[in-house]
Design a protein around this ligand. Structure first.
Ligand SMILES: *[C@@H]1O[C@H](CO)[C@@H](O)[C@H](O)[C@H]1NC(C)=O
Ligand SMILES: *[C@@H]1O[C@H](CO)[C@@H](O)[C@H](O)[C@H]1NC(C)=O
Ligand SMILES: *[C@@H]1O[C@H](CO)[C@@H](O)[C@H](O)[C@H]1NC(C)=O
Ligand SMILES: *[C@@H]1O[C@H](CO)[C@@H](O)[C@H](O)[C@H]1NC(C)=O
Length: 195
């Protein structure tokens, strides 16, 4: 997904930057601290520590597979294609509370094995329609020092993707076309919704 975004963006060849301001008074979205986040549309940029407290790495045999977003302390949302066809879910885990995929010295990082995967009933692996899955895991420690937050979900009938809305994409995807290994460090990039 990130790879696709970078491919599209490199065709557009526009450098665009947007300031995202975290609101510490709301219970979801970005971090509990106030921070300005500016990012470039081509190539992305490294994120500051604990800016996006809801992003977690979904891992297969401890290797990064996909990003996932925390909904609560025991559920996260990801893409169905990331977990479709996985016969042994005990190989799946999430890594939360860190920007680094493989740095075990980060004291805020927490790993949980996945106990249940629920794929959207209308997921179609040919068309990639309804590409959504919910992951369940043993409860994460979400104390204020955990640096974890939850993703905001749109209200029913609310469209968060109105034309030209500034959006931020966050993940450990590849940082250039053709690279196959993910970035070891969390990246961010701004994109605009096209209706
Ligand atoms: C964020 O940016 C605004 C405007 O550029 C500035 O006034 C404010 O001090 C910045 N806040 C932080 C925490 O950097
Ligand atoms: C998936 O979509 C294709 C193309 O529209 C369709 O032919 C197929 O029946 C769908 N599969 C399922 C399981 O719905
Ligand atoms: C959660 O983390 C905090 C800070 O590290 C710790 O004080 C607390 O005991 C932890 N809670 C649980 C249930 O592990
Ligand atoms: C969305 O915005 C683009 C650029 O401003 C514009 O060209 C396009 O017509 C808009 N689409 C709709 C459906 O309004």
């Amino acid at each position: 997904m990130i790879l696709l975004i970078f491919f599209v963006l490199s065709l557009i060849k526009i450098i665009h930057s947007t300031t995202y301001r975290c609101d510490p008074t709301i219970s979801c979205g970005c971090s509990a601290r106030t921070t300005n986040v500016t990012s470039r549309i081509v190539g992305g940029a490294a994120t500051a520590d604990y800016t996006w407290g809801w992003i977690v790495s979904l891992q297969r045999s401890s290797s990064h597979a996909c990003g996932a977003s925390l909904l609560t302390s025991e559920y996260a949302i990801t893409a169905a294609h990331c977990v479709y066809g996985v016969s042994d879910i005990s190989l799946l885990s999430i890594l939360a509370g860190t920007n680094y995929l493989y740095d075990t010295s980060v004291t805020t990082s927490q790993r949980r094995t996945i106990t249940k995967v629920t794929i959207h009933p209308n997921y179609n692996c040919t068309t990639i329609a309804s590409d959504i899955a919910i992951l369940q895991f043993a409860t994460l420690n979400v104390s204020s020092s955990s640096k974890l937050t939850f993703i905001c979900l749109p209200k029913q009938n609310q469209d968060p993707f109105k034309n030209n809305t500034d959006l931020v994409a966050v993940g450990w995807g590849t940082t250039s076309q053709g690279r196959s290994t993910p970035s070891n460090y969390l990246q961010q990039v701004t994109i605009q919704a096209i209706a």
